[in-house]
Structures are given as structure tokens and as C-alpha cells.
Design a protein around this ligand. Sequence first.
Ligand code: PEP
Length: 247
Amino acid sequence: MKNFIAANWKMNKTIGETREFLRSFIPNVKDVKDTDIVIAPPFTSMSAAAQEIKGTNLRLSAQDIFWEEKGAYTGEISPSMLVDAGCSHVIIGHSERRQYFREEDVIVNRKIKAAKKAGLGLIFCIGESLEEREAGKTLDVIKREVEMGLAEVDSDNLVVAYEPIWAIGTGKTATTEQAQDVHAYIRKILHNLYGNKSEEIRIIYGGSATPDNIDGLMACQDVNGALVGGASLKPESFSRIVNFKRV
Ligand code: PEP
């Protein structure tokens, strides 16, 4: 199975900064063969990023999507617009969207179905809050998010990102044991849903992944990659992550 490492830039980087990052980053990762490398810039930088990565081993992801194809939806962007802009993937269900924009499981599922219909690969995010973890509800939350998000959805071109909310942008990474335990559980639920086909699904970790902890995380049996926020904003740091060493 190929590894999958994606940069979620969130609301960071102008067009100029996007070009500058990619011109410095691409030479550092051009020989990477066994990892899919995906960059998710803000919408305004998508076109510049698409030009910069042409002919390279990098691919583009959007950070969000709307489920309708066109019409009176001020501010929204449709699945086919993303494909037209050069995206191969889209992040859906990120905890920041669940938290600040009230995207519940039903909305997440609607977005997932629309993205799949357009042929986009999914980076489907799930994860528990600190409160839920401390109340012993982690596995229940994970089960609900997976089953509701993926209701009536096949497993093709699906990447599941486990992102404990308490680890996102906080500098508190899950321990390798915590990550492995939840990843193994996700693998089990995916197996219940998809049988043997589930073995092709990459389950990636997100939450304060850095050059210092990536090697340990990638050594876990069920960690097949990473979704990286803060540490993906500097070319040196993100290229070290992409060039991780399995310890
Ligand atoms: C994210 O937002 O997807 C993320 C993992 O952020 P960070 O790496 O900054 O915790």
C-alpha cells in the first residue's frame, strides 16, 4: 500500500507564497515514489498551485466542497469546479468545519457523495474531542462518524484521516499507542462495511504531526500516512515529513 501524506494549509498563504513554497518544496520530494503527496491550498491559490505542480508527483486537494452542481449558493464551490481547477482530492469533515460551520454527519455524508460523483478522492476526517476522550467515548464517536459519513458510499479512492481534535494545532500529538489503537479500530469498522476491499483504504493520522514525531507515527502498523497542518507551511519541515524514515 502506498503512503499518503497531505498538507492542509487551512486559511494560509497568498498566491505569491504558494508559488514560493512549491518552488522550494518540489525539488526536495521529486524522487519520492512510495508516497502520494497532496497539497490543499486555499481556493484563491488553487490555480497558481496547479500551474506549479504540473508534471510533478504532487497532487491538489480542496479543503471543502458544496454538494450542488450549480445555482444560487453564494460563496460555495461545486464538485465539478474543483475538478476543473485541477483538484484530485477534497478534505471533508475536518473538525474545524464541524466546529465552526456546524457541519454534522449528515452534511458530511452529502458532501462525500457529491465529491465521489465528481470522481474526487476523499480525505475524510474524523476524531474525538478532549471531553469525549476523557469520558471514554472515543470509539463510539469514531464509529458514529465513520458509519454516518460513509453511509451508502463505496470504498473507492477513500482515505480516512484520524484527527483527535485535542491534538490539532495544539502541539499535543497522540502517542503512537493512542494513534495505533484508534487506527486499528477504524480498520475494523471499515472491514465490517467493506469486507476485504477495506484493506486498500489508507488510514492517516493528523494532529500536530511534525518532523520530530513522524517517524514514530509512520512505524505504527495501521498508520498509512499523515494529514499535516502547521508543519506543512514550511517547505523544509513538510519535506522532512514526506521523506519520513520508518523506524
Ligand atoms: C489539521 O488541521 O488537519 C492538522 C492536522 O493540523 P495540525 O497539524 O496543525 O495539528
